[in-house]
Design a protein around this ligand. Structure first.
Ligand code: DGL
Length: 257
């Protein structure tokens, strides 16, 4: 039993979409969230750079005496989860990956589009995931450079983001898509726009809930769950000095719609 906080980090505000699932599942835990918006987006950087930045995020959280760390970023998970687990072998480190499995298994021989950063899609971790499921479905990978920037700037709806997403998705929707995987933690914040463009018949998946469940499983296994019987605290920090970003994080955490 342990009431130390759980650390959660992302390249910016996207990881809030994971944190809100985790808080819903384990409301009595305390949380420290760190967004590295100063260096976002990670998804178009070199792997070595993402590794160095992610190590900084982990150091920040370790200084806050966290008991476990969630990499609430598909890009950082695919670029360096193994390295971080190796370096901090005493710390439970939970990552996130595109929810390809539930999207493929949902319907026989469906056509699945995976939206993610260019970095996530080209990493070995994702290539292996793809390889596991490519026989069972038609899978289309959609690299989305620039999309996380819209979210970082707080533009979550409106003509500009609609036009951007329409341009990105249209060629794939024309082929007839059954499911879309949101393979970047920033994207659930524009799910409403994606839904409007894709229509109601397309199912949308993301990996946040699976990550929350895995975190709970790991904490239970290591006997690290809190005994707190009241609602815990959430502290949000960001590498950028912009107070609007912290404000936006709180808003997205409490009022997702
Ligand atoms: N939120 C990050 C992810 O899940 C990516 C955003 C970025 O490019 O920084 O992949």
């Amino acid at each position: 039993m342990d009431s130390r906080p759980i650390g959660v980090f992302d390249s910016g505000i996207g990881g809030i979409s994971v944190l809100r699932e985790i808080v819903e599942l384990m409301p009595n835990e305390n949380y420290i969230y760190y967004g590295d918006s100063k260096h976002a987006p990670y998804g178009e950087k070199k792997r070595e750079e993402i590794q160095a930045l992610s190590e900084n995020c982990v150091s920040f959280l370790l200084d806050k005496n966290v008991k476990a760390i969630v990499i609430a970023c598909n890009t950082a998970t695919s670029a360096c989860a193994d390295l971080l687990r190796h370096k901090y072998s005493d710390m439970p480190i939970i990552g996130i990956e595109p929810a390809l499995k539930p999207a493929v298994l949902w319907k026989a021989h469906d056509r699945v589009a995976v939206m993610a950063t260019p970095m996530t899609l080209k990493q070995e971790k994702f290539r292996q995931l793809l390889h596991t499921y490519e026989e069972q479905s038609d899978i289309f990978c959609i690299p989305c450079p620039g999309l996380a920037d819209f979210v970082e700037s707080g533009m979550l709806d409106g003509p500009e983001i609609t036009e951007f997403l329409d341009g990105l998705l249209h060629p794939y929707l024309e082929k007839g898509i059954d499911a879309i995987v949101l393979g970047c933690t920033h994207y659930p914040f524009v799910e409403k726009v994606i839904r409007r463009i894709a229509g109601d018949s397309v199912r949308i998946f993301n990996g946040s809930h699976g990550t929350a469940l895995e975190l709970k499983r790991r904490l239970t296994e290591a006997d690290l769950l809190t005994e707190n019987q009241t609602k815990g605290t959430v502290e949000i920090y960001n590498s950028s000095n912009d107070t609007n970003i912290i404000h936006l994080c709180h808003t997205l955490l409490h009022h997702p719609e």
